[in-house]
Design a binder for this molecule. Structure first.
Ligand SMILES: *Cc1c(COP(=O)(O)O)cnc(C)c1O
Length: 518
């Protein structure tokens, strides 16, 4: 591939004339960092400035990149200007623009200036804070921000360091659930004997994130002992405490050992809510570990008007939310709080001789390596600290509320149109809807129900393909009770009301075109 270097003079490369390559003697040269760092910052700032010009969902074909890039890594150094040109030319077309204001798919991955700068500081120090001694500030700041955020969420004192519980920043919810499930498993097996692992049962609903199933697989829970309890429209797809009790009772009668319940507040599919208080009551009767997964919706609990969704959390053992979803902190940043850190530590600690030190031996410090899967860990607290400080509770609440308000608007717009219906009730900033083959209130077709469902599903699949293919917006699907539904998740940081209104207009236009062919 030909490269044209435009301003060679500005490049601080030493020339090795013999083989005409650039010899770099210091890969961490502060001057080089300053110069190239500014170039990259400018590149990213330009990106955010122009982000609406890109098609939200990347439209490339599988394997597109291999055709464009050289077959091998370069032998000689290449300057950052050239690399950035290639990012623009080759990488950008394959980017799906999660930060676009027209991004409404899955859940948001809400970035922010503070989160971004925090990430830079953390990467800048590039410390590996596996235990306290390896970078005391990394551990201590993490303990502090976890208590700060826990207080903002009005978590019970028992989940905070100030109340003998504590929090840890992990990469993702998948890891956090695995860690808590492992802790619960070992606690139970220490009572019943390790050979009883085949008796342990894990509970969730049919709406629970696949993170639970994955955790159960890895933790050695027998597949036959994984319960995805059916939810129904009558409970708005929340897990019914009576169903949980009945399922557990039949397991107990069969000689099995109920172990772990993952309750979700704000399911991924439709934002359904499992009733925390009543579920914890059931769990208590059987000594089950309760984990609350609020990966997306958890952020909203910093607003008093949403906090009631986790009333009863006192009865749970652990709680997670993803700050990288709807809390303006760049990926990855899953916040996990546990009531009993010693349960985690018993399962996850190791005591390698080469890691021993006076501070750890004194038991006066937190060694986060014992709270998670990996040894090495990033200084994630830095970015969360920046987000909390640089915005403050007041702004954070306002950001979230503005997203909820825009979601209400979208919900209203859908509700006003009799060709569409809102499916599940909107709890936060996710609206689930679909287009109807025949307008609301009109008798359908002279065909069976199954046929009608199929027609509706086909129509909505086509509609979603059509709007996403336009590149103007990006939404994602789900299936509830056999119905194919479109999800519009509002919460990209750059989204404003005008984008939501435009998104609705695009949905309507594409639906009209499709319906005219019916
Ligand atoms: C997104 C999500 C997860 C998975 O989160 P990761 O951090 O990607 O593991 C789990 N549960 C719920 C409810 C989610 O919305």
């Amino acid at each position: 591939m030909e490269f044209h270097i435009s301003n060679m003079d500005s490049l601080k490369f030493d020339h090795d004339h013999e083989n005409n390559s650039h010899i770099i003697t210091n890969p961490l040269d502060p001057q080089e960092f300053r110069r190239n760092g500014h170039l990259v910052i400018d590149f990213i700032a330009d990106y955010y400035q122009n982000i609406e010009k890109y098609q939200v969902l990347s439209q490339v074909e599988p394997g597109y990149l291999r055709k464009l890039l050289p077959e091998s890594a370069p032998y000689h150094a290449e300057p950052i200007e050239i690399i950035l040109q290639d990012v623009q030319k080759y990488i950008m077309p394959g980017i799906t623009h999660w930060q676009s204001p027209n991004y409404f798919a899955y859940f948001p991955s809400s970035g922010s200036v503070a989160g971004f700068l925090g990430e830079m500081l953390s990467t800048g120090f590039n410390v590996v804070g596996f235990n306290w001694m390896s970078s005391p500030a990394a551990t201590e700041l993490e303990c502090i921000v976890m208590d700060w955020l826990g207080e903002m969420l009005k978590l019970p004192k028992s989940f905070l360091f100030s109340g003998n519980g504590g929090g840890v920043l992990q990469g993702t919810t998948c890891e956090a659930i695995l860690c808590t499930l492992t802790a619960a498993r070992d606690q139970m097996l220490s009572q019943f004997g390790r050979d009883k692992i085949g008796n342990l049962v894990v509970y969730g609903s049919d709406q629970t994130h696949s993170a639970l199933q994955k955790a159960a697989q890895i933790a050695g829970i027998y597949p036959k002992n994984f319960r995805a309890i059916k939810t129904t429209k009558s409970t708005l797809y929340g897990l019914c405490p009576n169903s949980l009790r009945a399922t557990i009772q039949s397991d107990v009668q069969a000689g099995l050992v109920p172990l772990f319940l993952c309750a979700t507040v704000g399911t991924t599919s439709t934002n359904a809510i499992d009733p925390i208080g009543p579920l914890c009551e059931v769990a208590k009767d059987f000594g089950i570990w309760v984990h609350i997964d609020a990966a997306y919706a958890g952020s909203a609990f910093i607003c008093p008007e949403f906090r009631h969704f986790i009333d009863g959390i006192e009865g749970a053992n652990s709680f997670t939310l993803n700050a990288h979803k709807w809390f303006f902190t760049t990926l990855d940043c899953c916040c996990l709080w546990v009531k009993d850190p010693s349960a985690l530590i018993k399962s996850l600690s190791t005591n390698a001789e080469f890691l021993r030190n006076k501070a750890s031996d004194s038991k006066q410090v937190v060694d986060y390596k014992d709270w998670q899967i990996t040894l090495s860990r990033r200084f994630r607290a830095m970015k969360l600290w920046l987000v909390l400080r640089n915005y403050g509770v007041a702004n954070l609440r306002n950001f979230l509320r503005s997203h909820v308000k825009m979601a209400k608007l979208f919900e209203e717009l859908v509700g006003l149109d009799n060709r569409f219906e809102v499916i599940a009730p909107r709890n936060f900033a996710l609206v689930c809807f679909r287009v109807l083959p025949s307008p609301k209130g009109m008798d359908g077709y002279e065909e069976g129900e199954a046929k009608q469902v199929e027609r509706a599903n086909e129509l909505n699949k086509k509609l979603l393909e059509s709007i996403n293919g336009s590149g103007k917006v990006y939404m994602s699907p789900t299936v509830v009770d056999g119905a194919y539904i479109i999800r519009c998740a509002i919460g990209a940081t750059l989204t404003e009301e005008r984008h939501v209104i435009m998104a609705w207009k695009i949905v309507k236009e594409h639906a009209a075109t499709l319906l005219s062919k019916y």
